[in-house]
Design a protein around this ligand. Structure first.
Ligand code: URA
Length: 244
């Protein structure tokens, strides 16, 4: 198979992006830098690396899952259903959720068996943006926006990193989109609590370049598209804070 076709099929990038990566010398085949996109590879035997990272055909699986409330973001649990109970029909036997959402939180959860990618996405230093739709029990004010922008004191040794709060114009001013670049325990709930408000409903609607599709209902999942996977694997990829 042609090298560019193989890498595009893996979701490394579009065909033209992959060609550029190859010509930039970022791809090795059995330890030697590939020079042309047309180079033939044996995907069952050759060791192919992009930026030093080993790729292999369908070696990993990636699913976008809409977590419903009432299940835990874990592989096993004694008491509750787990997110994995919803993915019983998915390929890949070592799947796990990338990060956690609270029991009562809904929304986007990436499920994969690619430990290296999960590690990258969760690394605190990467500051992968996560956007939440949130409904609270009071009016969200300009003061809340300012406090989140400056870094809310949520009772930890360090204040929260600056976050973008956008009030949704529903009249009551109780709904907002909040974009964070970290993932501390109960972070959204603690940030609103710092402003004296209780979170009534929380749904993650985006993580890095991934956006929860409206067509994906709670409890449903689908494989990532090649474009989504390529965007996720791009170093420092993602929407800018507050894009949604
Ligand atoms: N922040 C929370 O408080 N809960 C979640 O589930 C995710 C972010």
């Amino acid at each position: 198979m042609r090298l560019d076709k193989y890498l595009a099929g893996l979701g490394v990038g579009t065909r033209s992006e992959v060609k550029k990566i190859i010509r930039a010398g970022q791809v090795t085949v059995n330890g030697t830098a590939a020079v042309t996109p047309e180079q033939k590879v044996d995907e069952t035997a050759d060791e192919i690396c992009v930026g030093g990272r080993r790729q292999s055909y369908a070696a990993f699986h990636y699913y976008l899952f809409h977590k419903p409330a009432g299940c835990v973001s874990a592989v096993r649990d004694e008491i509750h259903r787990t997110v994995m109970d919803y993915l019983a029909g998915a390929a890949g036997k070592d799947l796990f959720p990338v990060g956690r959402l609270d029991l009562d939180t809904e929304g986007l959860l990436l499920i994969t068996d690619d430990g290296a990618l999960a590690h990258e996405l969760l690394a605190p230093a990467k500051h992968v943006p996560k956007t939440y739709y949130v409904r609270v029990d009071g009016r969200i004010t300009q003061e809340d926006i300012r406090m989140f922008e400056e870094g809310a004191d949520i009772g930890d040794a360090r204040p929260a990193r600056p976050a973008v709060l956008k009030i949704l114009d529903g009249g009551s001013r109780q709904e907002a989109h909040l974009t964070l670049t970290e993932g501390r325990f109960h972070q959204v709930k603690r940030m609103f609590a710092a402003g004296g408000k209780e979170v009534l409903y929380l749904r993650r609607i985006a993580m890095g370049p991934l956006v929860l599709p409206e067509s994906l209902k709670p409890g449903e999942y689908r494989a990532l598209t090649a474009e989504e996977l390529a965007a996720l694997k791009k170093p420092a990829s993602g929407r800018k804070e507050g894009d949604l």
